[in-house]
Design a binder for this molecule. Structure first.
Ligand code: ACO
Length: 436
């Protein structure tokens, strides 16, 4: 019997199997050989929500949720947040190594010169209602970009893939800022190629009549840190959507629009928006204990707490808390910070949260920073999507060249009706139906 194997006995048949173990996992397809008779399809693993299924071998991001570790391509997130920039981190995610000085200059120059979007995108933006959620606008605008670049469909060509990746990293901030300007009824601001990535974004968001927008260096750097922290997070809901859509060889704009849609939900990137609504609803430090009791009674979830992978303090939340202090020095203290701090203090001591290993996640403090920057809550998930674009693209690029990948196609356990004959309308019995 090999040491790196799993011995399985099927008690239905008494048959024994030896299944290889590699990299701490077994291949689910190995289970298929376990059958009761010749007609049997073979054993499957049933794993709703991918609780214990590795869908890819990946060398992009490493997370140890128990120990609160996050690394991109081996580099600790703390070092990248302190020393890197978003565009350098994006290069690292896509190419696997930090760029040399020349490579970085070339990369920044290229991204900077792809920040403009086709003028028709403006009419697309203008077609939305005045109160459209900016995340809906971003998702639609990203999907629409595929129609401007039909060659993006040629996903088997490496140079073409890279060109689309550069375009997406460069143009998503422009679309995001324009979605915000639309919601405010303000004119769209064109990119300023003399500014850095985050400075330019702030300019596209906030520039008014001044001939040149000068970003506050503290806020510019804070945004850079937030973007580095949000750049990737391995096989989360939106990254797996990106890979899934990419697996059908759809173009990256369509895939990224799907990933952004996945991100928009309140259990994922929409959580920072939900955190701010929660803090606003609580409104006062004295009301925190009563709110926590409602959470414990199962009436509500504490938004910004808990994570599928982190069963320890999210390392990004720690850095964001420090960044928030720097931002508040410039913008003034956000009064909701006291509510957040009290909530965190109570939750970290309370048995309910301790026993379930519920700690603040990346979204708990990021919303407070975004609010201090003057952003409406609806923009928060958009602020998440901008930097995650690099991570989605790195995941997509890895997926499309992985020889093991095929079109994503999960199995199901069919639990519906057996075959039955069609019933004419006049013979049908009236009953209350729920859509399932
Ligand atoms: N508040 C209160 N209780 C919670 C919370 C929470 N935020 N999160 C989990 N729990 C409880 C659950 O009720 C459950 O308790 P039980 O065992 O008594 O039933 C237990 O903790 C386990 O929760 P699950 O839902 O099984 O955990 P899962 O891994 O599926 O969910 C998730 C992870 C979605 C992040 C969850 O913790 C949550 O809803 N958090 C709030 C939303 C949020 O902040 N999302 C952002 C995630 S980070 C990101 O996407 C960037």
């Amino acid at each position: 019997m090999g040491a790196d194997t799993l011995s399985v006995t099927d008690n239905r048949t008494g048959q024994a199997y030896e299944i290889p173990i590699a990299e701490g996992s077994i291949r689910a397809i190995e289970l298929r050989q376990i059958t009761v008779d010749d007609d049997d399809f073979g054993l499957m693993s049933h794993d709703p929500a991918y609780l214990n299924t590795a869908s890819a071998r990946s060398s992009i991001t490493f997370i140890d949720g128990e120990r609160g570790i996050l690394r991109y391509r081996g580099y600790p997130i703390e070092q990248l947040a302190e020393q890197s920039t978003y565009l350098e981190t994006a290069y690292l995610l896509l190419f696997g190594e930090l760029p040399t000085g020349d490579a970085l200059d070339g990369w920044v120059d290229e991204i900077t010169h792809h920040t403009f979007v086709h003028e028709n995108v403006k009419s697309l933006m203008e077609a939305f209602r005045y109160d459209t959620h900016p995340m809906g606008m971003l998702i639609s605008a990203v999907a629409a970009l595929s129609t401007f670049y039909p060659e993006a469909a040629l996903v088997d060509e490496p140079a073409n893939r890279l060109l689309q990746a550069k375009r997406l990293i460069a143009k998503v901030p422009t679309l995001a800022a324009w979605a915000y300007r639309h919601s405010r009824g303000l004119p769209y601001v064109y990119p300023d190629n003399d500014l850095g990535f985050t400075g330019n974004f702030l300019s596209m968001m906030f520039r008014m009549a001044e001939p040149r927008y000068v970003p506050d260096p503290v806020l510019e750097r804070a945004l850079e840190v937030l973007f580095v922290l949000h750049a990737d997070h391995e096989q989360n809901c939106s990254a797996s959507v990106m890979r899934s859509i990419g697996s059908s060889k759809a173009d990256p704009y369509s895939a990224l629009a799907g990933a952004a849609a996945a991100l928009s939900g309140p259990l994922h990137g929409g959580a920072n928006e939900a955190v701010l609504s929660m803090l606003t609803t609580i409104g006062d430090v004295r009301k925190v204990p009563a709110y926590v009791e409602r959470v414990k009674a199962g009436e509500l979830r504490l938004m910004g707490f808990g994570h599928r992978v982190y069963k320890n303090y999210d390392p990004r939340a720690r850095i964001i808390k420090e960044t928030a202090d720097a931002v508040f020095e410039v913008t003034g203290r956000n009064p909701l910070l006291d509510v957040a701090l009290e909530l965190e203090k109570i939750a970290l001591e309370d048995e309910y949260f301790v026993s379930r290993k519920l700690y603040p996640n990346v979204d708990f403090y990021s919303g407070l920073i975004y609010e201090a920057l003057g952003l409406p809550t609806a923009m928060f998930p958009v602020m998440f999507a901008i930097p995650r674009t690099a991570g989605w693209l790195a995941q997509w690029l890895e997926g499309v060249v992985d020889p093991e990948q095929k079109i994503a196609r999960p199995r199901q356990l069919y639990v519906g009706a057996d075959e039955r004959d069609y019933v004419p309308v006049e013979d049908r019995v009236s009953r209350e139906l729920v859509a399932v």
